[in-house]
Design a protein around this ligand. Structure first.
Ligand code: NAP
Length: 274
């Protein structure tokens, strides 16, 4: 059993979740159903993934009580006004067929077509909408994704409300130490997206010896590494055997091996993607 986290607003979140980026509706439905059947209780989607309806249907069809499942979705990065944040939160709720979202994230501090653009003023407006959505009970927890410390300070200084989560690209060889440390020092949970480097780091020979030592697959080493670093991994797969294996990570990696893995620079340093 992978230990859950308590967010800074008191809400409990499972310690690992299924990712659904680049999953077609059919794949997202089958993967979500399979994940829930095999013990996952956290599903990560986004309006931009165009599969919220499939995820919602799988949740219903699983017959697992709603309150036992934790659903994360995200406001598309290009929507940067108060009214759009409310509108698209409601659209996500309708797509999912749910009364509430467990965790709602600002997908990125800038539109994907303008990475790095200064949207600080707009992010404050969006964050105010998120605060109101939480007050209304439409979402249980609120957070951000792909935010730098300066982006976080901006919305906190303006509203006094600290995000519960920052979901960032985090995997062996790409651990964004400055952002990770800032979040962990400030009681903001780091969710590790692309914990397998979107599949790219699974060929890295640097992981061979560690995988052999623990008698685990390289994917399992990558996922467990995130857990050992106190982050919440969101591995994505559409294959049941991998979905099952990716949850089978209840083992310990020695600190010496964590230190070794933390020195690696594998995986591409390509720009952030959603
Ligand atoms: N907030 C953001 O901006 C953001 C950005 C990126 C991702 N995310 C979230 O994080 C999730 C995970 O990231 P990701 O989708 O980039 O990729 P990932 O989980 O790092 O890797 C997924 C890739 O690895 C393969 N794979 C999965 N398990 C495997 C295993 N046990 N053995 C071999 N190959 C395996 C998958 O193939 P199959 O599916 O064919 O098995 C897929 O090609 C996303 O789905 C999304 O929910 C968020």
């Amino acid at each position: 059993m992978i230990k859950s986290f308590k967010l800074n607003d008191g809400v409990e979140i499972p310690g690992i979740g299924l990712g659904t980026w680049q999953s077609s509706k059919e794949d997202a439905y089958n993967a979500t159903l399979s994940a829930l059947k095999n013990g996952y209780r956290l599903i990560d989607t986004a309006l931009a993934y165009q599969n919220e309806d499939a995820v919602g249907k799988a949740i219903k069809d699983s017959l697992i009580p709603r309150e036992e499942i934790f659903v994360t979705t995200k406001l598309p990065a290009q929507y940067k006004s108060y009214d759009e944040a409310i509108k698209y939160a409601n659209e996500s709720l309708a797509n999912l067929g749910l009364d509430y979202i467990d965790l709602y994230l600002i997908h990125a501090p800038w539109p994907w077509s303008e990475v790095g653009k200064d949207c600080e003023k707009e992010n404050i407006e969006v964050w105010k909408a998120f605060i109101d959505l939480k007050k209304e009970g439409k979402v249980r927890s609120i957070g951000v994704s792909n935010f730098r410390p300066s982006n976080i300070k901006n919305i906190v200084d303006a509203t006094g409300v600290v995000p519960s989560v920052n979901q960032i690209r985090f995997f062996i060889g790409n651990t964004q130490e400055e952002v990770t440390k800032y979040c962990q020092d400030n009681n903001i949970l780091v969710e590790a997206y692309s914990p397998l480097g979107t599949g790219e780091i699974l060929n890295a020979s640097e992981l061979d010896n560690v995988a052999k030592k623990y008698n685990k697959s390289k994917a399992q080493i990558c996922i467990r590494y995130c857990i050992e670093r106190n982050t919440l991994p969101l591995p994505k797969s559409v294959h049941e055997e991998r979905i099952i294996a990716n949850l089978d990570v209840d083992f310990k990696i020695d600190q010496g091996d964590i230190d070794y893995l933390s020195t690696l620079t594998i995986g591409s340093r390509r720009p952030l993607r959603s």
